[in-house]
Write a protein that binds this ligand. Sequence first.
Ligand code: PMP
Length: 326
Amino acid sequence: MRYASHIADLVGNTPLVRLNAVTDGIRATVLAKVEYFNPGGSAKDRIARGIIDAAERDGLLKPGGTIVEPTSGNTGVGLALVALQRGYRMVFVVPDKFAGEKMAVLRAYGAEVVVTPTSVPPEHPDSYYSVSDRLAREIPGAFKPNQFANLNGPRGHYETTGPEVWRDTDGRVTHLVAGIGTGGTISGTGRFLKEASAGEVVVVGADPEGSIYSGGPLHGYLVEGVGEDFYPDTFDPAVVDRYERVSDAESFAMTRRLAREEGLLVGGSSGMAVVAALRTARTLPDDAVVVVVLPDHGRGYLSKLYDDTWLTAHGIPLTPSTGVSA
Ligand code: PMP
């Protein structure tokens, strides 16, 4: 019989899928690493096991303990898969701007969800950060993974995502393109690929307009899960060769094209990364192999970027060909 002993054991080994329609006019091969094949639906599943293993090893998490983390979605799901396999209680602190479906998903996995106001500064006692710190202090046996500072995050990608890309391209990958949230994906995967290729692989960071990584003025944006207004410890800037700045309108137009033209129903950060990948690939010869990471599934965004009314309400105009202007 061939079976997994637990769903959490199926994390990783996601496929590479060639992009076809959206790469019209491009000679290089552009391959998407489709992370929604992970059992929790995102690349974040990869970091959960390493973070929890290390916490157990370091005595920070003991049987019957509680995992407390501020997360609006994907990290919570990844942690939940491992937590429920090992019998930990989960408390996730979520900002109210992510109310709705994502919260319902965390509750469906058996987590307790604490909602905090988005519109208060980080130092306010009711903020997402303050509340999770307080709960981690007050709940006996609580452990806070702190995904923005936990180096087991990038390590998870160094040990899994990087080797998978190298193996599945037979070492022919020439460029890696990924968005940056905590920076775990790009830092871990990029470092592995640079080492494996003796520095040949070029690493491109895709960044929303308004985020800190690509420079330029900081302001709000709509794409979720990527970009920051500070430099997290989990991000290693030395790994990134250059950045591509992508607007919300470009990201959402490409995300919707990926669903319609490639059959890839993915989140907005995937569309953003593909915009950066296509800009990168445009000038490359036909033996170049560009791998772009698509972090999560699109089902969590049906009432947002896939909804025409939501888009126009957020000032993003629609066009007949993509449903969104770019
Ligand atoms: N896209 C989405 C939808 C995410 O949830 C995340 C994680 N915050 C990322 C991209 C970026 O991944 P990382 O934190 O590894 O940089």
